[in-house]
Write a protein that binds this ligand. Structure first.
Ligand SMILES: [Zn+2]
Length: 487
């Protein structure tokens, strides 16, 4: 397939031409949420970013299998294989079954992503549904000589691995620095090397989530689930592996090591990472008290927020920043994004009302279209795309106001362009006036006003016009009847 798409590959630290392994098929794996609490906005940003990538690849004609997992087992606190299992801990806290917690937060997660209008992935596998695949992979890594068992727990042998492979290939850190930042082993430790990590963990008697294995009853380490499930659904080697930037240093580094040890090949050709969120310039985090949840952002019920913003306005706000840049939340930036989103939706609503009124037009829609593709082909540069679409909105507004005349081919290609990029690629829909019911309601209101005018009841017709104007709906009488748009 001929395309001009280039994307930034974390593995090579440069932008590369996108050449899938088996075109037109594309395999994409994105690390999904751990469902023991509400999904946070940082996660949402990651999933909105990969939704944009999924949508654009699909728009280009690729047949994408998008796999995004649900981590519902065995994720320990921190990345150091220590501490209680988070599900068991929370279950005790709320007196619920672990799978009840998983169900509650999985439903919540899906609901938030639905509000953000993200497309569902092709497959959404759960860690608990793939225990046998994970056990098989651990067995294979032991057979290859890169893992060892101690008292029912299996560790990945990083010291052995680094003799043959580049363990820090993804982040390019120095191994010595990594060692210096890791706690020294003492007599209590089971593992041989301080960078070794658990593939399978022996369950303590009080541990609720547990499965039998060749090494006794236990549960899988966090990193192994993604390696096992990505190779099951996408093959030992696939095109894109993505996730938040915070996953690169440990989780993705260990995923690469596991797959290399097992299959002797790099699991993914392109590694893509989304950047962090900040609030008024400070990194968003629960501990700093500046982390708001999606529903707090929608309702405005957080002390840092002046008001709430619709999920679509927030989606627009996220897409106005490139996925590799930090995204800074502030009331001013959200307010500006809300205005920009409405401007774009207003243009979309005017589009069906435009008529071709010229034989020729000086507007070159093809050039605008080429610029939209160029923006997305440059590592999915949505902020540049949005700037181009604002140009399109200006053209639409001028045509609506009669300051510019469009010929039929230009109008047709302008409609296709907006449908393709605003709806299909950016995934933006009008959350105010997009519904059929609203259109029908406006038809009723407009016909009542016209009847009032015909019977010279100008008091009523003016009241309708002013009433609509006060909620941001502008009426325009033309020879084709009364048109309306939302300001
Ligand atoms: Zn993962």
């Amino acid at each position: 397939m001929d395309n001009r798409l280039v994307l930034y590959n974390t593995l090579t630290r440069k932008k590369e031409k996108f050449e899938p392994l088996n075109p037109p098929f594309v395999g994409m794996y994105v690390c999904g949420p751990t469902v023991y609490s509400d999904v946070h906005l940082g996660n949402c940003r990651t999933f909105v970013s990969f939704d944009l990538i999924f949508r654009y690849l699909t728009h280009l004609g690729y047949k994408v299998r998008y796999v995004r997992n649900i981590t519902d087992a065995g994720h320990l606190e921190g990345d150091n294989d220590e501490g209680d299992d988070k599900f068991a801990k929370k279950a005790k806290l709320e007196r619920l079954e672990p799978m009840e917690i998983v169900q509650k937060y999985t439903l919540g997660f899906h609901e938030v992503l639905r509000l953000f209008n993200t497309l569902p992935p092709s497959i959404e596998p759960t860690a608990t549904g793939h225990i046998s695949e994970q056990i098989e992979m651990v067995k294979k890594i032991i057979e290859q000589g890169y893992a060892y068992e101690v008292n029912g727990t299996v560790y990945f042998d990083v010291e052995k691995y680094v003799k043959e492979y580049d363990y820090t290939i993804l982040t390019n850190r120095k191994l010595d620095d990594l060692l210096n930042n890791t706690r020294e082993l003492n007599g209590q430790d089971e593992k041989r090397g301080r960078l070794d990590f658990a593939l399978w963990i022996k369950a303590k008697p009080e541990h609720i989530m547990r499965w039998p294995s060749p090494w006794g009853v236990g549960f899988p380490g966090w990193h192994i689930e993604c390696s096992a499930m990505s190779s099951k659904y996408l093959g030992d080697q696939f095109d894109i592996h993505g996730g938040g930037m915070d996953l690169a240093a440990t989780h993705h580094t260990n995923e690469i090591a596991q797959s290399q040890a097992c299959n002797h090949m790099q699991p993914a050709k392109y590694w893509m990472h989304t950047n962090m969120l900040t609030v008024n310039g400070t990194r968003m985090s629960k501990s700093a008290g500046n982390g708001f949840l999606p529903h707090e952002l929608f309702s405005g019920s957080h002390p840092l927020l002046e008001r709430g913003y619709s999920p679509m306005a927030v989606r627009f706000f996220m897409l106005q920043a490139h996925y590799r840049s930090t995204l800074d939340f502030s009331n001013e930036a959200l307010e500006a994004a809300d205005k920009g989103y409405k401007r774009l939706m207003n243009a979309m609503a005017l589009l069906p009302k435009l008529n071709a009124t010229a034989k020729n037009t000086e507007i070159k829609v093809d050039e605008l279209k080429a610029r939209c593709y160029a923006a997305m082909d440059d590592d999915f540069n949505s902020p540049v795309l949005i700037a181009e679409l604002f140009d399109a909105a200006r053209i639409i507004n001028s045509a609506y106001d009669g300051k510019l005349a469009l010929d039929e081919p230009s109008l047709v290609s302008l409609r296709t362009l907006m449908q393709d990029f605003v709806h299909d690629v950016l995934g933006l829909v009008d959350d105010n006036t997009g519904s059929d019911d609203f259109e029908k309601l406006m038809d009723v209101v407009i016909s009542l006003r016209n009847e009032a005018k015909q019977s010279k009841d100008y008091t009523t017709s003016d009241r309708i016009r002013e009433g609509l104007s006060s909620i941001g709906i502008r009426l325009k009488d033309s020879k084709d009847g009364t048109l309306w748009n939302k300001i």
